[in-house]
Write a protein that binds this ligand. Sequence first.
Ligand SMILES: C[S@@+](CC[C@H](N)C(=O)[O-])C[C@H]1O[C@@H](n2cnc3c(N)ncnc32)[C@H](O)[C@@H]1O
Length: 249
Amino acid sequence: MVSLSDRSNKYWSGRASEFSGLRMKDYESSMRSAYENFLLAFLPDNKKGISVLDLGTGAGFFAIILRKLGCQVTAVDFSSEMLAQAEINAQEKDARGISFIEMDAQNLTFPDNSFDFIITRNVTWVVEDAEKVYYHMHRVLKPGGTMINLDANYGKSFKESDDKGETPTHPTQTLEQLRERNAIAKECSISKEKRPSWDVDLLIDLGVSDIWVHLDLDKKLGLEAANCPYISASNNTKSKIFVVVAKKI
Ligand SMILES: C[S@@+](CC[C@H](N)C(=O)[O-])C[C@H]1O[C@@H](n2cnc3c(N)ncnc32)[C@H](O)[C@@H]1O
């Protein structure tokens, strides 16, 4: 029987080229500077050379931004096809020296206390065991380091939409892909959780010091559909992106 992880890997790998196209359009839009400024607010002043992990890098959007800010970037993803796209994008954007590694976010093999800063976006909603992802993020973060999760309760909203009998739509995915996406999300236990309260509780249990939460990142970054035509064309979910930032003691 095919495991959920293998199924998910197949889904993301099948999207590598099309997904990369979307993220590189983002990179060329006002999103890049919006996200860069957002990251700068949490990065230390002496950010040059700090060790950063981009977890579930996809097409490398954050890895490229952080490398261009001077950080030493490690970017992991479990899909070799996504990583291949990310490497091409990094070369094209002249962000050399990123270390791209194929790895499962639920079982990071880095030693404890490896990174000063960890970013992950839109990954925890689609993993079988998000608790494990948080455990490893916290484990590989150095004491005093910062971890940031940008995510939304996509699985929950896809399920609600399916339950209403709605047909999923997306500017670049086929209906077959969207049905597979929704089926995978339904199998992920995190889709049943109230987020980001669930995330905050977990981080408290892991023993972090400060936690900062924001419930509508697009609004915070001025990227709402009303002021950003590109977003209104590409954002087809009803879920708001939240931010959870935590510091390790
Ligand atoms: C929605 S994309 C987000 C990509 C990138 N973080 C971004 O924001 O542009 C989700 C990514 O997570 C990766 N992913 C999903 N499950 C994973 C896992 N268990 N381990 C590592 N990567 C995973 C997928 O291959 C895909 O590249």
